[in-house]
Design a protein around this ligand. Structure first.
Ligand SMILES: Nc1ccn([C@@H]2O[C@H](COP(=O)(O)OP(=O)(O)OP(=O)(O)O)[C@@H](O)[C@H]2O)c(=O)n1
Ligand SMILES: C[C@](O)(CO)[C@H](O)COP(=O)(O)O
Length: 258
């Protein structure tokens, strides 16, 4: 899978342009409260392998990614290091493990702080999106290489979305105040890709709590662009997502003949 000799190097730099080196930061320090009791979400099994290892492979499968920084649960850094040692991963990729923080944003910042010089493109990818296809990863990198300071994989919405006013009291109905035009809304995924200087500036400047890195870049007034997302890049958040992830993995294994 990861070192398929038939797969062309990906993505290829434009002629005459040296390839910028790309690193991936994987925030994996969340507890997974919405998934229910158990080990930290990134360490839970998906098809017999920790979810984090799937996410690490998804990044390392892109030949453009030469460093993966895993931001681990603070009490789990030793366990994460042993997991990385125990699983077959591409030899061309280097790995670093650092302890995470109290929020996703804090964990990403700690991962960025650990990045050595020499990597000009940074992907930020949730450990909780273990099944993102490599083509999506490569499309994000390609768009950053083409000059976008920030890139997000995005999908149109399948549901109609309502904006509500908070309920007056717990248990009361939430009044609907608007129905935004769905054709202009997108659900965004990871990996999100950045020109490193832009992402570092965003993390050094923006103090608001946000749910993704691209919104910090938006707050700087810089352009964020989309590339097509993929339905298999969904986030494992609730128990039903894990059922779907197991099914997607089983289908892949069947298609790959093992
Ligand atoms: N303090 C935190 C919180 C989240 N994350 C990571 O951010 C990604 C997206 O977060 P989410 O899916 O919300 O994970 P959890 O925070 O673990 O989920 P929950 O809110 O249900 O506890 C995950 O890979 C998670 O490990 C992190 O590195 N550090
Ligand atoms: C970054 C993200 O996965 C993009 O959709 C999402 O915002 C993470 O949100 P969470 O609440 O931390 O799961």
């Amino acid at each position: 899978m990861s070192d398929d000799p038939l797969r062309p190097p990906s993505p290829t730099p434009a002629p005459g342009r040296p390839a910028a080196r790309t690193a991936a930061v994987i925030p994996a320090a969340g507890r997974g409260v919405r998934l229910g009791p158990g080990a930290p979400k990134a360490l839970r099994s998906l098809g017999g392998t920790p979810m984090l290892i799937h996410a690490v492979r998804a990044m390392a499968d892109s030949r453009a990614v030469s460093l993966v920084v895993v931001v681990a649960p603070p009490e789990g850094t030793a366990e994460v290091k042993s997991l990385l040692d125990a699983h077959a991963l591409p030899e061309r990729t280097d790995f670093l493990v650092v302890p995470g923080g109290d929020s996703r944003q804090a964990s990403v910042r700690l991962g960025l702080d650990a990045l050595p010089p020499g990597y000009d493109i940074v992907l930020v990818h949730d450990a909780a999106r273990p099944l993102v296809p490599v083509d999506t990863v490569d499309a994000v990198i390609e768009a950053v290489r083409d000059g976008a300071p920030a890139v997000v994989p995005a999908l149109p919405l399948a549901d109609t979305v309502k904006q509500v006013r908070p309920a007056a009291a717990p248990g009361d109905p939430e009044p609907v105040v608007a129905t935004p035009d769905r054709s202009l809304l997108r659900a965004v995924q990871t990996p999100q890709g950045f020109d490193r200087a832009t992402l570092e500036l965003a993390h050094a400047t923006v103090e608001d709590d946000v749910t993704d890195d691209a919104s910090m870049v938006e707050q700087l007034g810089r352009t964020v662009v989309t590339v097509p997302g993929h339905e298999e890049a969904f986030k494992v958040t609730r128990p039903l997502d894990l059922v779907l992830a197991e099914a997607v993995l089983a289908r892949r294994r069947l298609n790959d003949g093992f």
